[in-house]
Design a protein. Structure first.
Length: 88
């Protein structure tokens, strides 16, 4: 396998809770981020308790990903000026 270094700008927030009934992730900054229904598969629902130490990551094309906090924080640094959209 080839090694890669990330160079994308993404929108992300640390997850503190889930509102599966309404299809939302709740972040530490109080944002309630809607997550498409197809992302709430049995696998995601089963992992919600362990994913509280995760970041929700939104890419430029709108793709939503979940990343363990330690891995995310090791690979990304906050920008000095907050971005209003994920371009990279």
């Amino acid at each position: 396998m080839q090694a890669y270094k990330c160079h994308k700008v993404v929108l992300a927030a640390k997850i503190v809770d889930y509102d599966i009934a309404n299809g939302r992730v709740i972040t530490g900054s109080g944002w309630h981020i809607p997550v498409p229904k197809e992302r709430w598969s049995d696998d995601y629902i089963n992992f919600t308790d362990t994913r509280k130490n995760f970041y929700i990551v939104i890419y430029r094309d709108g793709y939503i990903s979940f990343s363990p906090a330690s891995e995310f924080e090791d690979g990304y640094s906050p920008l000095k000026q907050p971005e209003t959209n994920a371009k990279g």
